[in-house]
Structure formats: structure tokens, C-alpha cells
Design a protein around this ligand. Structure first.
Ligand code: BGC
Ligand code: BGC
Length: 679
């Protein structure tokens, strides 16, 4: 490190300055105009002329001009000379070597980065994959892990901080004890932009408390085939709902809170990432190299793609999105990671996206599976700015260097990518406060966040049938029998992307199960009994069964058979025999085929994947709050109808019509719909 630079420290997120012993920084703050510095040509001359105190004068050789840009960018005081973000980025870029630039374009999975390599290779970003938590999965464990990576980045010549990314897709869902909100599908049923904004804000606070500033969310796919295992990760099959809710959520994550004192140039709180660009919800069954639908081929003409899948990206860009993730899928046989027309011409050009494009997990490798060099060249030239490598970063760095030397990737393309990445780092205020904000620790699972999650659960519920006005239930019935494996399982009610990539059954994190919620809601004189299989010796007036899908995520969730499991049907049948009124609650990542079982119960409720605050379900069952949710996906009658959605089911009647149309949902007092018997 050159003498005089010291170990630049930083300010914390709440704007309180901590000690900075960066001598250059302090001297500069004594009044150098950065404008002059940049535009006046000779940096050194200005430096010498401006530093009045003789003791403060550095020998020119001892000062790294790029560090000045960093330090200035870090200045949180209102007296900072008015240097634009663009000017800072240009200055910084002008001092970067090719190796430093390539490092910024490299994102590595946290377990794959070797100690010291962030510094050696100037790595620009580290991520946690699905379930990628530190060994000590506590807020302190996360903050410690990310700080250690950050220390390595700040030990480089230019001290450019890393940006740490996570999939906080329904709350900070890899952190044990975080507030877990309903998955997107439930929020699509709620269709409440104000709620989305508040969830974004809450998620941002829990993330910042651990040092994660980049969220790979929201999914803005518009799934047209619910056999896709990622259906639940998206709000709706309706383009309009997706656009509306994702834009609100992005504002919630990104907008600085009221009263917040930003660092100079800071405008983003937590970086959102609308994904996966483009048309990931439109892939065709049977076209994927690896799965049934996921990562497959979207076969549609350009006009359809523009009408159905593109609008949420325009809405996201307008809401301030500054990073976008590319889809594993293809368009008419060509991998999206190589689609220059969509990434560069449409997203960055037409839509006016000024942020950076990140690949999906090893997504570049899939372009030409046998030829990594060719894949890298194709992706970067197509407009991918940062590669989520995620494992073998040396191989990526080597390929990039060769491509630059050979002229296969122009220097201008590399500069453009780095410029975009640095811009976002400044907009995040990362140079000023690269570490976690411990003042936000109390936000994690705060009563306010839990109340918000519970509100979201209530609003996400869709009442499908309610025979004879069975609901709302009285709180003082003497006995309620509860059954079904979903009634008492935090993992099942949370779904995939919860603590683990594919999710997991069981007591995986702190929360309130649906059974807990029922027990808390009833009167002191009411007995609530639970048996998973519905095996009880007595009869009861009220029975509640919670059944549905086990957790899954990408790929594994693809399925051509959406019928209820036999064991679930058996439980429902058993309960029917011993209860006067039977309520079935479905936990699932999409509508399931329930046509034949419908007559078995008086009430059917779609609860989707509500997350950790199961109390929201009892809130509505017992009538403290109304049902307001509407199904955000067309509900099929049988597997054979699939794919079925608002775009292909119009005009279908009788037995060809869906069981419940898109947007269906009863309120209290409304009667169950007539279901024609088609067998
Ligand atoms: C990671 C996920 C990633 C997936 C891709 C998993 O091991 O945890 O984050 O999306 O691999 O295949
Ligand atoms: C998924 C992305 C995710 C990434 C990192 C990929 O496999 O498709 O949605 O953000 O992994 O976990």
C-alpha cells in the first residue's frame, strides 16, 4: 500500500461517521474541488496547489489518484464537492488495469473463493447460492462472513468494495430466524402494491443487518404453464399484475428510507434484480436439456415476447432497477445468455436500462457446452456485464484475458460492463459503508415485520368454496380436529428457497405453524387436537385438513401431474367421515388438480406458500379479517388441460373451462360456484 493511504475505514449505514484514517481522504476534504481535479487535467498539480498545510502535502508518487475517487465517493458530508457519479466512475475506470476490470466482472460463490483470492484477482462480487448460509447461521455469523470478504476487497490497490448477493426472494430466507413472507404466488393473489413496497422495505432492512446489499429478486416471469416448478416464484400469469407488483417491490427494496442521510451519490438502499431475462415463464414442456420445462425453450414470435414477457422489465427499469439477471432458458433455440438483441438492443437500448446485467448460475457455460471460451465471448459481447461463475473463477478470468488480448471482446465492451458495475456500487453507497449495519439488527423478526408477514398471509388466501356459509368459524366450538402434514410444518408452509435451495420439510426455522395459529385463535374452552393422518377416535363439528406439495425449487419442481397425493386424499376422506364441517387448506406452489375431491369438503382454501407466519390463516378462518385474495393463475380441472392460462382459455365453457377462472376468489357470504360434473 502506498504510504499515506492508510487503511481507509468507513461510515456505518446510519450515517454516523466512524474514524477514517485515510490521510488522502482527509486532505482532500479540506477543499479540493473534484471538478477541477477531474477536468483541470493535471491531477498532481491541483493536489499540490490545494493542500494548503505543508504537512499535508504528499509526494505525487505516494498518492494513488484512483483512491481519491474512492475516498471522495465515500464522503457522506453535504459539503462534498458536486462530482457526479459518472465523473467518479470515469476517474476510477481510467486508473484500472485489465485485471482489475475483469475482477469486477467476476462473481464467485462464497464457498468456492479461496482465501486471499478476492485481493489477488480483484473479485467484484461474492454470492450465497440457495441455502448458502455461513456455518454460524445467525446475523452475526452472516455479518462476520461478509465483512471478511469485504476486508479482502478493501485490501486491494483501489479498494473497490465487493457487492454481496443473496436470493432473499421471500424475506432474507437463508438466514435462520428471518421473517419469511409468502412466496410471490401468494402475493400475486393479494395483488396489493402497497403491501409489496412494505415487504421490500422490511426485507432490505433484514438484509442490511447482515451485510447483504444485493437481492436476486423479484422474479418477474409471467408463467404460462403451471407445470413449471418455478411458478410459485412468480406473481401471476398476468403480465399486468407482474408489472405492478414487481415495480412496487423494487421501490420498497431500493428507495432510501425517509430521513436517511445518504452518502454522496447514494440513491439505492438494497439492489433489486428483476429476473430471469427473458421469457423464463414461457418455456415449453419437453424442450429443456436438463429438466422437464425449466431452462427450456420459449417458442414464440417477437411480438408475443414483447407483449407478454417484456413489460415487467420496462416497469422495473422505470422503478429504478439497476441489475437484471439473464435466464437459463432459450428463445427459439438460442440461449438467452447469448441474445444480444434482447440484452443489448432491447433492455439496455430501448428500455433505457442503465444498470448491469448478471448471468445466472453458470448460465454462460450453457451457451456452447463444449467450448467455454466461445461461451464467454458470446455472453459478454451479447451484453452480460457480470458472470455468476460461480465456481471456477480462474477459468473465467483466463478466458476473459485471452478474449481481450485476441480482440474477441473489445476493450470498450469491458469498460462498459465495469462502468455499469461501479456506478451501482456508488449508488449503493458501498464505498462509504461497505459493512453491515448493526443498527438494523433489531429489525430481524421484529414485531413489526412479523405483523407485516401475517398481514400478507391473510391477504394471500383464496377462498375457493364455502358451502352453506361454513366460514367464518366460531371461536368457541368445543372441539376442532386438525389433520394433514401441512398443518404443523414450517418447512412445508414455506416451500423452496427457504433455508435451503430446494427447501425442506420440518422445523427448519423459527415461525408459527398453521396449527399454532388455530390454537392461539380459539376460546379458552375449545379443544384443538392434531393428528397428521386424521386418525381420531371421536367425532367433531369442525375438521381442518392442511395438505399439498412438499418443498421444491428449480427443475425438481417441474411436474406433469398436479393431482393431490393419495395420502392426502386418504386423510381428507378419513376426516370427512368424522366431521360435520370439513375445511381443506392447500399449501402449494401452484393450483393443484382437486376436481374429484371437491365434494369431500365444505370449504377449500388456497393458501399457496405462506412462509413463517401461519397465524394469518386463523385470522381469516375465524373471521377477524375478510378473504380478499384472487387466484393469480387459472385453476385447471385436470392435468390434460395443461397448459391453461388466460391467454389460451378464453371462450372455453363447460367441461373444457377451468375449474376456477383466473381472478376467482369468494368473499364471506358468497356461495360456492356451480361445478359441472364432467366424469
Ligand atoms: C445452489 C443454487 C443454484 C443451483 C443451480 C445450487 O447448488 O445452491 O443457488 O441456483 O445450485 O443449479
Ligand atoms: C437461479 C437464480 C438464482 C441463482 C443464485 C440460479 O440457479 O436460477 O434464480 O438467483 O441460482 O442462487
Amino acid at each position: 500500500m502506498p504510504p499515506g493511504l492508510g487503511s481507509g475505514q468507513s461510515t456505518s449505514r446510519n450515517g454516523m461517521a466512524t474514524a477514517t484514517n485515510d490521510i488522502v481522504y482527509i486532505r482532500l476534504m479540506r477543499g479540493i474541488s473534484m471538478k477541477r481535479l477531474i477536468f483541470g487535467g493535471l491531477l498532481i498539480g491541483i493536489l499540490l496547489a490545494s493542500c494548503a498545510a505543508p504537512t499535508a502535502v504528499q509526494t505525487p508518487a505516494a498518492v494513488s489518484p484512483s483512491a481519491i475517487a474512492v475516498s471522495t465517493a465515500a464522503d457522506p458530508s453535504p459539503s462534498t464537492p458536486s462530482v457526479t457519479v459518472e465523473e467518479r466512475v470515469e476517474l476510477l475506470l481510467s486508473f484500472m488495469t485489465l485485471d482489475e476490470k475483469i475482477g469486477q466482472m467476476t462473481q464467485v460463490e462464497k464457498n468456492s473463493i479461496k482465501a486471499g483470492d478476492i485481493t489477488t484477482y480483484f473479485i467484484g462480487s461474492i454470492l450465497s447460492g440457495g441455502g448458502g448460509s455461513p456455518y454460524d447461521n445467525s446475523p452475526a455469523g452472516w455479518a462476520g462472513m461478509i465483512s471478511a470478504f469485504q476486508d479482502e476487497a478493501l485490501a486491494t490497490r483501489l479498494k473497490i468494495p465487493i457487492i454481496y448477493g443473496v436470493d432473499a426472494v421471500h424475506g432474507h430466507n437463508n438466514l435462520h430466524g428471518a421473517t419469511i413472507f409468502p412466496q410471490e404466488i401468494g402475493l400475486g393473489a393479494a395483488n396489493d402494491p402497497d403491501l409489496m413496497e412494505r415487504i421490500g422495505r422490511a426485507t432490505a432492512a433484514e438484509m442490511l443487518a447482515t451485510g447483504a446489499v444485493w437481492n436476486f429478486a423479484p422474479v418477474v416471469a409471467v408463467p404460462q404453464d403451471i407445470r413449471w416448478g418455478r411458478t410459485y416464484e412468480a406473481y401471476s400469469e398476468s403480465t399486468d399484475i407482474v408489472s405492478l407488483l414487481s415495480a412496487a417491490y423494487i421501490r420498497g427494496l431500493q428507495d432510501l428510507p425517509e430521513g436517511y442521510q445518504p452518502a454522496s451519490g447514494e440513491t439505492i438502499r438494497v439492489l433489486a434484480t428483476p429476473k430471469h431475462f427473458l421469457g423464463d415463464g414461457g418455456t415449453m414442456l419437453g424442450t429443456s436439456r436438463t429438466y422437464l420445462i425449466d431452462q427450456g425453450d420459449m417458442r414464440a414470435d417477437e411480438a408475443t415476447v414483447r407483449a407478454l414477457y417484456l413489460p415487467p422489465y420496462q416497469a422495473a427499469v422505470d422503478a429504478g432497477a439497476m441489475s437484471v439477471m439473464v435466464s437459463f432458458s432459450s428463445w427459439n433455440g438460442v440461449k438467452m445468455h447469448a441474445q444480444k438483441m434482447w440484452i443489448t438492443d432491447v433492455l439496455k437500448g430501448e428500455l433505457g436500462f442503465r444498470g448491469f446485467v448478471v448471468s445466472d448460475w453458470g448460465g454462460i457455460d450453457q451457451i456452447h457446452p463444449g467450448d467455454y471460451y466461445k461461451s464467454v465471448v458470446a455472453a459478454i459481447n451479447a451484453g452480460v456485464d457480470m458472470n455468476m461463475v460461480p465456481y471456477d473463477y480462474i477459468r473465467f478470468i483466463d478466458a476473459m484475458k485471452r478474449a481481450a488480448d485476441n480482440g474477441d471482446i473489445p476493450q470498450s465492451r469491458i469498460d462498459d460492463a465495469v462502468r455499469r458495475i461501479l456506478t451501482v456500487k456508488i449508488m449503493l453507497g458501498l464505498f462509504a459503508h461497505p459493512y453491515s449495519d448493526s443498527s438494523l439488527l433489531s429489525a430481524i423478526r421484529s414485531s413489526e415485520h412479523l405483523a407485516l408477514a401475517r398481514e400478507a398471509v391473510r391477504k394471500s388466501l383464496v377462498l375457493l368454496t364455502n358451502d352453506e356459509g361454513t366460514l367464518p368459524l366460531a371461536k368457541d366450538v368445543p372441539l376442532i380436529l386438525v389433520a394433514g402434514e401441512g398443518a404443523d410444518d414450517i418447512g412445508m408452509q414455506s416451500g423452496g428457497w427457504t433455508m435451503e435451495w430446494q427447501g425442506r420439510l420440518g422445523n427448519i426455522t423459527t415461525g408459527t405453524t398453521i396449527l399454532d395459529g388455530i390454537q392461539a385463535a380459539v376460546s379458552a374452552d375449545t379443544t384443538v387436537e392434531y393428528n397428521r393422518f386424521g386418525k381420531f377416535d371421536e367425532r367433531a363439528q369442525i375438521g381442518i385438513v392442511v395438505v399439498g406439495e412438499h418443498p421444491y425449487a428449480e427443475g425438481k419442481g417441474d411436474s406433469g401431474d398436479l393431482e393431490l397425493a393419495d395420502s392426502d386424499i386418504a386423510t381428507i376422506t378419513r376426516m370427512r367421515a368424522i366431521t360435520d364441517c370439513l375445511i381443506v387448506i392447500i399449501l402449494s406452489g401452484r393450483p393443484l388438480v382437486i376436481t374429484e375431491q371437491l365434494p369431500l369438503a365444505d370449504v377449500w382454501v388456497a393458501a399457496w406458500l405462506p412462509g413463517t407466519e401461519g397465524g394469518g390463516i386463523a385470522d381469516v378462518l375465524f373471521g377477524d379479517y375478510p378473504f380478499t385474495g384472487k387466484t393469480p393463475y387459472t385453476w385447471p380441472r385436470n392435468n390434460a388441460q395443461l397448459p391453461m392460462n388466460i391467454n389460451n382459455s378464453g371462450g372455453k365453457t363447460g367441461c373444457s373451462a377451468p375449474l376456477f377462472p383466473f381472478g376467482f376468489g369468494l368473499k364471506f357470504g358468497e356461495s360456492s360456484p356451480e361445478i359441472s360434473n364432467c366424469s
